[in-house]
Design a protein around this ligand. Structure first.
Ligand code: BGP
Length: 470
């Protein structure tokens, strides 16, 4: 039966993107980031050899873009600040007045237009000079990050609605130390564990500094979280799922939200000699400075099974020593990105946060569908008719609504993304936006999903066949 699904009053409708993926280099001065450096070193790693120098050129289009936010129903939007732009001398030294001016203008314009700025401090874009000092493996880099964060709080704090320390801190660990999709593409679990620990410490120290300044906003973190489902109820499959859950989900969620580390994770790291170096005082800082608000990025579930084969003990230590991915027959796929589409996962995630994380104030901070060659779906006016994206949004939101009706403290939904943006090594392969971007002339055109988004935001909901929920 079709019925109107209505969301709580003042629900945050919006979308998200990040500095490196949308701003473009501009002419404010900016240090080289790891992405810019990696492209120079190995351009073949990037789809169609497109770098991040231009992207959506938001730095020169921000006023027009904010009007497009309004036209697509945004009442809130998440951006990230570029550390490299704020501190063009390699991420440290003197703050860049031109960067402060740009961000102040941007945030002021958003506020003037009724769009609440959600501001993230770190979205994968390490200044290269700091990467040379060890990146997140280095305590010196943690100090530089806290200085950068504190500067942002002081320079921009009056204009920001909510702050976030990191977006998907697990991403750079997997990408840089295990799976090769971030610079420097190593395979070294122990160094990854060190970088993960210092990321968690940096999060806590930034929150500590934020609290001292007594700003009128909250600070939290944005995590990519996937519920982990075992192939079967066989003990070996369940054990594999528990380990995967500890490694990929609880590893950041527990310390950043609860201030503690999951026992199972610590047990494994000790057993396999993968523990990071830290000081006792670090644990106190982490315990005392946890997130006040939590962003949930959800794209796909994790399905795992027990390993079929024995491991090679001489090989490098890897998470895959404990599990294999389970390719479930009949699962629905986003074939372009290679990610499973499983809407109920977003509900299971919300329930986990309600039951195991004190029902902390939270919102869906990313969810979305990247599709290749969207020109195929353009009508003769050049508008992308993306009904698949509208269905994707509705199907996920219907489960978010169900979670809210069962007491989950979910305050909003931000789609990935606003205008098609640059996707790291995938560059412009898959498009995610409510607005399409013509790479040749930077022309922006609202997609059908952008029109739908506006309607949904205006009505604070949409009509849906609730029988589709299981
Ligand atoms: C998230 C990141 C985003 C964004 C999105 C889509 O993991 O926070 O930066 O890129 O995923 O993924 P991708 O760009 O890899 O297709």
């Amino acid at each position: 039966m079709e019925e109107m699904i209505t969301f709580p009053k003042d629900f945050w409708w919006g979308s998200a993107w990040s500095a490196e993926q949308a701003e473009g280099r501009g002419n404010t001065g900016k240090a080289e980031t790891v992405w810019e450096h990696w492209f120079k070193e190995e351009p073949n790693r990037f789809y169609n050899r497109i770098d991040s120098s231009v992207t959506t050129d938001h730095i020169n289009h921000y006023k027009e873009d904010i009007q497009l936010m309004k036209e697509t129903g945004h009442n809130s939007f998440r951006l990230s600040i570029s550390w490299a732009r704020m501190f063009p001398d390699g991420g440290t030294g003197k703050v860049n007045p031109k960067a402060v001016e740009f961000y102040r203008n941007l945030l002021t314009e958003m506020n003037k237009n009724g769009i609440k700025p959600f501001v993230n401090l770190y979205h994968f874009d390490m200044p290269f000079a700091l990467q040379e000092k060890g990146g997140w493996e280095s305590r010196e880099v943690v100090d530089a990050y806290v200085n950068y964060a504190t500067t942002c709080f002081k320079e921009l704090g009056d204009l920001v609605y909510h702050w976030f320390t990191f977006n998907e801190p697990l991403g750079p660990i997997l990408g840089s130390y295990l799976e090769g999709f971030h610079y420097p593409a190593l395979v070294d679990f122990k160094r990854g564990a060190q970088a993960a620990f210092y990321t968690i410490l940096a999060h806590a120290l930034a929150i500590q500094s934020f609290k001292e300044l007594q700003l009128n906003s909250k600070i939290g973190v944005i995590l990519n979280l996937s519920p982990t489902y075992p192939r079967s109820q066989q003990p070996a499959d369940i054990k594999a799922a528990e380990i995967v859950d500890a490694l990929y989900t609880r590893s950041f969620l527990d310390p950043m939200v609860k201030g503690t580390f999951p026992e199972k994770l610590v047990e494994i790291l000790k057993e396999y000699d993968q523990m990071p170096i830290y000081e006792a005082a670090d644990l106190t800082v982490i315990e005392q400075n946890t997130a006040q608000i939590l962003g949930l990025n959800y794209y796909e579930p994790r399905r795992v099974k027990a390993r079929l084969t024995a491991i090679n003990p001489e090989g490098p230590f890897l998470p895959e020593w404990f599990y294999e991915n389970y390719d479930m027959p009949g699962k629905r796929m986003n074939i372009y990105r290679g990610w499973e589409i499983y809407e109920k996962g977003i509900y299971d995630l919300c329930i986990d946060i309600r039951d195991n994380y004190g029902n902390i104030e939270a919102f869906i901070s990313e969810n979305g569908m990247g599709v290749a060659d969207e020109e195929r779906f353009m009508n003769d006016k050049g508008q992308v008719i993306d009904d698949y994206r509208i269905d994707y949004i509705k199907d996920h939101l219907a489960y978010v609504h169900k979670a809210i009706s069962e007491g989950c403290n979910i305050k909003g939904y931000h789609l990935w993304t606003f205008i098609d943006c640059w996707s790291w090594i995938n560059a412009y392969k898959n498009r995610y936006g409510l607005v399409s971007l013509n790479l040749e002339n930077q022309k922006r055109t609202i997609k059908k999903s952008g029109e739908f988004y506006k309607e949904m935001s205006r009505n604070n909901g949409f009509v849906y066949d609730t029988h589709r929920l299981v």
